[in-house]
Design a protein around this ligand. Structure first.
Ligand SMILES: CC(C)(COP(=O)(O)OP(=O)(O)OC[C@H]1O[C@@H](n2cnc3c(N)ncnc32)[C@H](O)[C@@H]1OP(=O)(O)O)[C@@H](O)C(=O)NCCC(=O)NCCS
Length: 176
């Protein structure tokens, strides 16, 4: 598995590896009702300590021979405004995840970033399948993966529990 990752620079944003100094931007931009509602693993409140721990895990994964996750930041005008990558790398398959600061929603950032990360996953990580688990009421995220050619493999009932409530998800996938 090759995990070399040179920053990807586009007109609108850059995708690059996490850095220790990103914590402040992450805390400020991740702390949104919409991001909290659409995701499963992002805690609230999201503290500097949580961000520092998260970044430390990312830096460990970059150094690992067989990383179990591979995540990157989305940077706009020098500010970290999101996260995109593979929360899990499980042999031949990877789970794609992403969030973006509210102020940049609806500008095509995540659909472009996720496409670039899928290419990286297939070409550089050697993945054969990329999947996404998306709440059935998260229409924006479903649109993102549909734009990228993911197909819906199924609906999973009571798949997750968030704040004591069951959450149904759609499982989307794309093959190499
Ligand atoms: C979902 C999310 C990642 C979308 O990011 P984005 O950069 O705004 O998405 P894009 O601008 O690339 O939009 C892709 C498509 O989805 C559509 N879309 C985006 N958000 C939408 C929404 N809330 N409702 C309906 N359509 C939406 C866009 O119109 C676009 O379609 P088009 O190209 O046909 O116009 C972003 O809203 C977000 O970070 N949400 C909170 C965190 C989250 O839900 N993460 C995913 C967990 S599975």
């Amino acid at each position: 598995m090759s995990k070399n990752f040179a920053p990807i620079v586009t007109e609108k944003f850059t995708i690059r590896q996490f850095r220790a100094e990103d914590a402040g931007d992450i805390v400020r931009n991740i702390s949104s009702d919409k991001i909290y509602a659409g995701t499963y693993r992002i805690p609230r409140p999201y503290t500097l300590e949580i961000a520092n721990q998260y970044i430390a895990e990312r830096l460990e994964s970059y150094a690992a021979d067989n990383p179990k996750s591979m995540l990157f930041v989305i940077e706009v005008d020098g500010e970290v405004v999101g996260d995109v990558g593979f929360k899990y790398v499980l042999g031949h398959k990877g789970e794609i995840v992403y969030w973006l600061a509210d102020k940049h929603h609806g500008k095509g950032v995540v659909s472009t970033a996720a496409k670039l990360i899928c290419d990286y996953g297939f070409d550089m990580l050697g993945l054969d399948k990329i999947y996404a688990e998306i709440y059935i009421d998260n229409i924006g995220s479903q649109k993102v993966v549909e734009k990228l050619g993911f197909h819906k493999e199924g609906e999973m009932k009571k798949h997750l529990v968030k704040n004591g409530e069951f959450k149904d998800i759609y499982y989307f996938a794309k093959f190499k």
